[in-house]
Design a protein around this ligand. Structure first.
Ligand SMILES: [Zn+2]
Length: 204
């Protein structure tokens, strides 16, 4: 595992599934797939009717395993808004979920998130990536190279999920938000995920 700028993760999801990489047999298309968080996994699981029975159930499909690739800045933006934008599903606690959220993360750093602009939140987050821990299910933030463990893969971009997995719609849980990182912030993010750019370059 590379982790890069991030901690290891021991959250309930990682524990239940024996951690990552998570290699899943997708019966509906007779292919194996490596789950990469934030790369269309909800759409794939829902669209292909995956359940816990499928997990670890690998068949010899005779084909390489599928890995979905997402531009690292776009992926980081999605995760960032998920945790740190008011409309994000991880911004505040939900009664049934006992894990950290955006408000708590900033509280721990002695900031009140609601007093900060999105760019200020991004700035502070980028200085504190190492503080994302198990409580915040830090695996969501790991580089994409951490989610597969063989070269026998077929890499597909997010735009090809529908045809590859034979599913109809991409679920978009995140409301559209008009936000872009500053160029400086993009450069920092690209630095954090250099390992992804290096590995996937020329392969997609
Ligand atoms: Zn985890």
């Amino acid at each position: 595992m590379a982790y890069g700028s991030f901690q290891n993760c021991n959250c309930a999801y990682c524990k239940r599934n024996g951690g990552f990489p998570r290699h899943v047999y997708v019966r509906t298309i007779n292919r194996n797939w490596f789950e990469t968080p934030k790369n269309g996994t909800v759409s794939i699981k829902w669209g292909c009717k995956l359940n816990r029975v499928d997990v670890h159930a690998m068949n010899n499909t005779g084909k390489p395993s599928i890995v979905v690739y997402r531009d690292p800045v776009d992926r980081f933006r999605s995760t960032f808004l998920h945790y740190f934008h008011e409309d994000g599903l991880r911004y505040k606690s939900k009664p049934e979920k006992d894990f950290g959220n955006g408000i708590e993360f900033f509280n721990n750093l002695n900031y009140k998130i609601e007093e900060l602009s999105l760019h200020e939140r991004a700035e502070i987050l980028l200085e504190n990536l190492k503080k994302l821990d198990t409580r915040f299910e830090v695996h969501h933030w790991w580089p994409q190279v951490d989610f597969f463990n063989t070269d026998d893969i077929e890499i597909i971009p997010m735009s090809k999920i529908n045809e590859t997995f034979n599913i109809k719609a991409i679920l978009n849980q995140q409301k559209k938000v008009d936000f872009e990182f500053t160029n400086e912030q993009k450069n920092v993010i690209m630095g954090v995920y250099t390992i992804d750019y290096d590995w996937f370059e020329g392969k997609i």
